[in-house]
Design a protein around this ligand. Structure first.
Ligand code: ARG
Length: 249
């Protein structure tokens, strides 16, 4: 009986070693580090604190993933459109920046498993009456390179849309009445509306979007290693806990 248990345990350990050996098989552009591009104007997903640290849902998730993979997180802050380019030009291992999984982006990245689902929302001043029905009559602020920009331009044309490099600047423009509203991922719109007085968040009918990390194309071993940890964090409720911790309801 004892021998049988020992044999089973040995077999289990062998399998475990095999799994982690597979995970350890990846390469990163700087050994021992996970280099990630991000646009930290996107609370609660990523933002900078007063000391310049990048904080939020994604840094929390990445900290746990890096710990498991024996990597040190290395964040490169830049505008969103540059952050999307970084893994494609060998400057980052992945873009971790609230990136929506889109068919056309699958030619640019190998996406990890997605970990959250959001909708685009409209943010405007409280006294305005803006909905999907009259969105076309407004001047819409967006961030360059985002799905919000893609939808607004596709639906209402370039002339109605003002694109900013960061959401921080876009929200400043909204406060100063340079735009009538902003189209932005709902949780992010709520986070800005919670800190800037006099703003409200209006739902849209745009389809749900899923966020994932965009790993540089072809680094399959890294995607698999990240997924192994990320899927565990989704399954055991850690991801949900981290999202709730950072979100305003
Ligand atoms: N989810 C949207 C997209 O992928 C917006 C992401 C913007 N991210 C940021 N960190 N500013 O296009």
């Amino acid at each position: 009986m004892m021998k049988k248990i020992v044999a089973i345990l040995c077999a289990m350990m062998l399998t475990l070693t095999a799994v982690s050996a597979l995970a350890a098989d990846f390469t990163t552009i700087e050994a021992g580090k996970l280099t990630m591009s991000t646009s930290p104007d996107f609370p609660p997903f990523e933002n900078t604190d007063d000391d310049g640290n990048i904080i939020g849902i994604e840094p929390d998730l990445i900290a746990l993933i890096c710990e498991k993979l024996g990597l040190e997180p290395n964040w490169l802050a830049m505008d969103f459109d540059s952050a999307l380019l970084a893994p494609q030009t060998g400057k980052a291992d992945a873009v971790v920046s609230g990136v929506t999984v889109r068919e056309d982006r699958k030619t640019q990245f190998d996406f990890t498993t997605s970990y959250v689902s959001i909708h685009q929302a409209i943010v405007c001043k409280e006294d305005k009456d803006i909905t999907m029905d009259n969105l076309g009559e407004q001047t819409i602020g967006v961030q360059n390179g985002t799905t919000g920009q893609i939808y607004a331009v596709d639906d209402f044309g370039e002339d109605n849309v003002v694109a900013y490099n960061t959401y921080s600047v876009a929200f400043l423009a909204l406060t100063n009445d340079q735009v009538d509203c902003i189209v932005v991922d709902d949780l992010v719109g709520k986070a800005y509306a919670a800190t800037i007085p006099g703003l409200k968040v209006v739902e849209t009918t745009y389809e749900a979007e899923e966020f994932a990390f965009g790993v540089s194309k072809g680094n399959t071993a890294l995607v698999e290693a990240i997924n192994e940890v990320l899927e565990g964090l989704i399954a055991d409720g850690t991801v949900e806990e981290i999202i709730l911790k950072h979100s305003m309801n």
